[in-house]
Design a protein around this ligand. Structure first.
Ligand code: AMP
Length: 536
């Protein structure tokens, strides 16, 4: 047995950023020589020659099961790669003990916990040295053999090539046999609310998905015994290839809810890359990649790449070209890369946006009182702030309005300036901020406009501009808004108009009170009535 050719890749440490050094591709024989005679498993280090002409790496890892995965690993390999060493570069570390400990946020060696300076090309895991890579591969092999022993039948049935991989989600008989009211009851109890047509039933157990054995194993290893509610509903829908917009609390398992269908789709896809996960922040991207790697462990040809800012670009670009299946990126870095390289991204089948506030930020809805105002303000916003803005009013044709509405739902606009008349057509849009640039002429209209935010129990903000043009509504506004705890400007609270309206209202109330027939004033009213009658 020999160690297959492998590509040793240096992890881009933060300090690499200072000198702009790319990750290392070490073809150095010296490492092997330096390991000679020592009781340490080493590795053959080669460059891109390790890939087959079609661009795939020469490892043979069938999907969907663990059979044969990384089977040919073991001890020192005699094959050396190209000999062009890079004297200026630091040699790949042979021993774990020569590696430093990881700083917070840095990758950690899966074997010893030191700084995971390199990425194992076979498993995509972080390793600190040749020693830990070899140990890690042995562990993987042992794990696979155990799996094979525990499920020999299944392992034998695994197809030989990932290109043959084929997955169709079918409802498990257990789920199929449930009564409709049982399913509804379950959803109610778990707080699962769905919209959309013919949404498939939730699963109750990961076993109901028919995942490859290795994936089931990884789920168990990660401590995922049963799916969380968002996973129960989202995974089967995702496995059916449907588009999903999902919302659940932080920490409720959303990442795995979208990762699992992405993994299955990417497994069945021979093109690379085949999945793109966009996240708004680097931290989130790192977290998602970590979870993806845990779930992908032992699955063939399922490399991931992290494309995020704040880390050197060349290693990321290099990694992207290594036939990775899943890209986890922040939008800014992805754009940088797309500008700089001709990386083929057309193969992407699934685009998942996880809490991407930048791309799917709900628009700001601004209400004005006339069409001209809507057009002028929209243009001004776009010019001055650079935000994508659109006006919507009754002078726009039905087709235009429909397009705008679609654009809004697709997240094409960041600001919408609308006349009040059309505010009602925008019921569908979820917004976080409403600006009443012109105060509407009635309280009813005002309440309707402000009600565009904070729908479905969400928080939202409304900012209202008022001047003396709406002075007749001052007291009504104060009465309506004050109880919500909102801040009212002193100019409004101290306005003589407001006090005048308040006084008038109180007088009116007193009068109404007087006119009311009560037990106390009943006799007075009768006497008054009799008196006026007798006078007649
Ligand atoms: P998330 O909401 O995706 O950030 O997940 C929160 C945490 O829950 C992460 O640490 C996950 O690893 C973990 N997790 C996700 N799904 C499950 C599950 N089904 N069972 C146990 N832990 C889970």
């Amino acid at each position: 047995m020999f160690v297959p050719r492998s590509l040793k890749i240096k992890r881009n440490a933060n300090e690499d950023g200072k000198n702009g050094a790319a990750k290392k591709i070490k073809p150095e024989a010296e490492d092997l020589q330096s390991d000679k005679g020592r009781d340490v498993p080493s590795d053959a280090l080669v460059t891109k020659e390790a890939t087959t002409p079609d661009g795939h790496s020469s490892e043979s890892c069938p999907f969907p099961g663990p059979a044969g995965q990384l089977a040919e690993v073991g001890s020192v390999g005699p094959e050396l790669g190209t000999k062009d060493s890079h004297p200026s570069e630091e040699p790949v570390k042979s021993f774990s003990k020569t590696q430093r400990w990881a700083e917070p946020g840095e990758p950690v060696c899966v074997v010893c916990g030191r700084y995971g300076e390199y990425i194992c090309d076979k498993t995509d895991e972080d390793v600190c040295s040749l020693e830990c890579k070899a140990k890690h591969l042995l562990q993987v092999k042992e794990k696979e053999e155990k799996l094979k022993l525990s499920n020999p039948q299944k392992a034998d049935l695994e197809p030989e090539s990932p290109r043959n991989a084929f997955y169709v989600y079918k409802e498990h008989p257990f789920i199929l046999n449930l009564q409709e009211d049982q399913v509804e009851n379950l959803k109610r109890q778990l707080g699962i609310v769905v919209q959309g047509q013919e949404v498939t039933r939730p699963i109750i157990d990961f076993e109901h998905c028919g995942f490859p054995e290795a994936l089931n194993h990884n789920l168990k290893k990660s401590g995922y015994e049963v799916p969380t509610p968002i996973q129960m509903q989202m995974i089967p829908v995702g496995l059916l290839g449907r588009d999903i917009l999902a919302s659940a609390d932080t920490g409720s398992g959303k990442t795995a809810a979208f990762l699992l269908p992405v993994i299955i789709r990417a497994l069945c896809e021979s093109r690379t890359p085949s999945a793109l996960i966009l996240t708004p922040t680097r931290e989130l991207a790192i977290q998602i990649e970590k979870q993806a790697k845990e779930l992908l462990s032992g699955l063939p040809r399922m490399k991931t790449v992290l494309l995020v800012g704040g880390l050197p670009l060349p290693p990321q670009l290099y990694r992207l070209q290594q036939h990775v299946k899943v890209i986890i990126a922040t939008p800014g870095r992805l754009l940088d890369i797309m500008k700089q390289s001709c990386v083929e991204l057309c193969g992407i089948k699934i685009v998942v946006v996880d809490e991407d506030k930048k791309l799917f930020k709900p628009p700001v809805l601004v209400f004005v009182d006339c069409r001209l105002g809507a057009d002028l303000l929209s243009d001004a916003v776009q010019k001055i702030t650079g935000l994508k803005s659109i006006s919507i009013h009754s002078e726009k044709s039905q087709v235009e309005r429909k397009d705008i509405l679609k654009g809004l739902l697709d997240g094409d606009y960041e600001v919408v300036v609308s006349t009040g008349v059309l505010g009602r057509g925008l019921d569908l849009i979820s917004v976080k901020l409403v600006v009443n640039f012109d105060m509407p002429s009635s309280m009813d209209e005002y309440v309707h406009q402000v009600g565009r935010v904070g729908r479905l129990g969400q928080n939202g903000t409304a900012i209202t501009f008022i001047n003396n043009n709406s002075k007749r509504l001052f007291w009504d506004i104060a009465k309506r808004v004050k109880p919500t705890g909102s801040i009212l400007p002193p100019q409004l609270l101290n306005s003589p108009y407001l006090h005048d309206q308040k006084r008038k209202e109180q007088q009116k109330d007193k009068q109404t009170q007087k006119d009311l027939v009560t037990g106390a004033n009943l006799m007075d009213i009768i006497r008054k009535h009799d008196k006026s009658n007798s006078q007649k």
